[in-house]
Design a protein around this ligand. Structure first.
Ligand code: PMP
Length: 358
C-alpha cells in the first residue's frame, strides 16, 4: 500500500486512523451485522452516531446551548441560497464582504432575494489581502456575510471580528482549524469535505434567536426550521458521511482539540511559507503576508515552464493536489487538519531541492 502526500483542496486528506477504523467497521458495524450505509436512519444505532457527532462538535467548538447544530445536504453552495432565502426580503439589506471567488458566489445568490451591499475594495489586486477593518456596519443589516478562509486565493482572516449586525460565516475551508468564539456569530456553515470528513454533509451552526426570525414561506426542505424541528432527520440524511465525520471529530478530540490542532497547522503552514520565502527568485507567494492562509498555501513560480516542471516532478515524488485552482493558476498546497506535519516537511524539502536545481 502506498499513501501519497495529499494536498488536495477538497475533498481532501482524511486521517489514516479514521480510514482504518471505518474499514474495520465497514462490513459489521459494532455487532450490528451490517454497515452504517445499510442501516435505517431511524435506528437506535444510527441515531447514536448522529447525536454523538453533534455532541463532539459542540465540545470541540464550545458551542453555546442556544445554538443548533444541523447536518444538511447541498454543500456550502446551497447555503449561499438558503441564507438569503431565509433571512432577506422586502426592506432587508445584507452586507457581503467580498474576499474571493466563494464570497462572490454567495453574493450572487443573495442579490436574488434582497438588497445587498458589498465592500468597495472588492477585487483590488486579485484578492491578495484581507481588509484591516470591516466596512461601516451601523447594526441595521439583516446580516453581514464573510468567508473566513479563501480556498482559491489562499487568504484567511487573521482574526475574526465581532460585528454589530448578525455575523454569518462560510467556514468551509477552515472550520475546526483553530479555536473560534461561536457566540460572535449568528450562523456558521461549512461543507464537510476539507476539515470535517467526506463530502455529502454540510454543517450549519446557528443561534436560536437568529433562526427564529427566518422567513416561514419557503419550501419545506429550504426552511431551517424544518431541520431544527426534526434534529436534521426530516428526510434521509447522508448517514455514511455523518458517521465518518463523527470518527474525524473523535480523532480531533483525541489529538488534543482545537488548540493542539491550531498549533500543528501553524507549524505546517510555516514550513511551506518559509520554503517560499527562502527562494524569492523561484517562488512568489500570492497572499500578502498578514493575510496568509494556514490552510491553503498559494504560490507561483517564476515562469509557466518552471510551474509545469515543478508540478510534474512533484507528481513523480508522490505529492498530489498541488495544482492551483483553474481560475488563478499557479500552485496551491492545502494543509487541512489531516495532513501530517511530515508531509509538509517533505514538501518544503522538495521545494528547497527544486529551487537549488533550477
Ligand atoms: N465555500 C468555500 C470557502 C469553499 O472552499 C467551497 C468549496 N471548495 C465552497 C464554498 C463550495 O462548497 P460545496 O462544494 O460544498 O458547495
Amino acid at each position: 500500500m502506498r499513501r501519497v502526500d495529499n494536498f488536495n483542496p477538497g475533498p481532501a486528506a482524511l486521517p489514516l486512523e479514521v480510514l482504518e477504523e471505518v474499514r474495520e467497521e465497514l462490513i459489521d458495524y459494532r455487532g450490528a451485522g451490517m454497515s452504517v450505509m445499510e442501516m435505517s436512519h431511524r435506528s437506535k444505532a444510527y441515531e447514536a452516531i448522529h447525536n454523538e457527532a453533534q455532541a463532539r462538535l459542540r465540545r470541540l467548538l464550545g458551542i453555546p446551548d442556544d445554538y443548533r447544530v444541523l447536518f444538511l445536504q447541498g454543500g456550502a453552495s446551497l447555503q449561499f441560497a438558503m441564507i438569503p432565502m431565509n433571512f432577506l426580503g422586502e426592506g432587508h439589506r445584507a452586507l457581503y464582504v467580498l474576499t474571493g471567488a466563494w464570497s462572490e458566489k454567495a453574493r450572487d445568490e443573495a442579490v436574488r432575494f434582497g438588497e445587498v451591499v458589498v465592500n468597495d475594495w472588492a477585487t483590488q489586486g486579485g484578492y491578495r489581502d484581507i481588509p484591516e477593518s470591516l466596512p461601516e456596519d451601523d447594526g441595521s443589516f439583516r446580516y453581514v456575510h464573510i468567508t473566513s478562509n479563501n480556498t482559491i486565493y489562499g487568504t484567511q482572516w487573521p482574526e475574526l471580528r465581532k460585528t454589530r449586525s448578525p455575523l454569518v460565516a462560510d467556514m468551509s475551508s477552515d472550520i475546526l482549524s483553530r479555536p473560534i468564539e461561536v457566540s460572535d456569530f449568528a450562523l456558521i456553515y461549512a461543507g464537510a469535505q476539507k476539515n470535517l470528513g467526506p463530502s455529502g454533509v454540510t454543517v450549519v451552526i446557528a443561534k436560536d434567536s437568529f433562526l427564529a426570525e427566518a422567513n416561514a414561506d419557503l419550501p419545506t426542505m429550504l426552511r431551517y426550521s424544518t431541520h431544527v424541528k426534526s434534529n436534521s432527520l426530516y428526510n434521509t440524511p447522508p448517514t455514511f458521511a455523518i458517521y465518518v465525520m463523527e470518527r474525524v471529530l473523535a480523532w480531533v478530540e483525541n489529538a488534543g482539540g482545537l488548540p493542539a490542532v491550531a498549533e500543528r497547522n501553524r507549524k505546517k503552514a510555516a514550513l511551506v511559507y518559509e520554503a517560499i520565502d527562502r527562494h524569492p527568485e523561484i517562488y512568489r507567494g500570492h497572499a500578502e503576508v498578514r493575510a496568509r492562509s494556514q490552510m491553503n498555501v498559494t504560490f507561483r513560480l517564476a515562469t509557466e515552464e518552471l510551474e509545469q516542471a515543478f508540478l510534474s516532478e512533484a507528481g513523480e515524488k508522490g505529492f498530489v493536489g498541488l495544482k492551483g485552482h483553474r481560475s488563478v493558476g499557479g500552485c496551491r498546497a492545502s494543509l487541512y487538519n489531516a495532513v501530517p506535519v511530515e508531509a509538509a516537511e517533505r514538501l518544503a524539502q522538495f521545494m528547497d531541492d527544486f529551487a537549488r536545481r533550477h
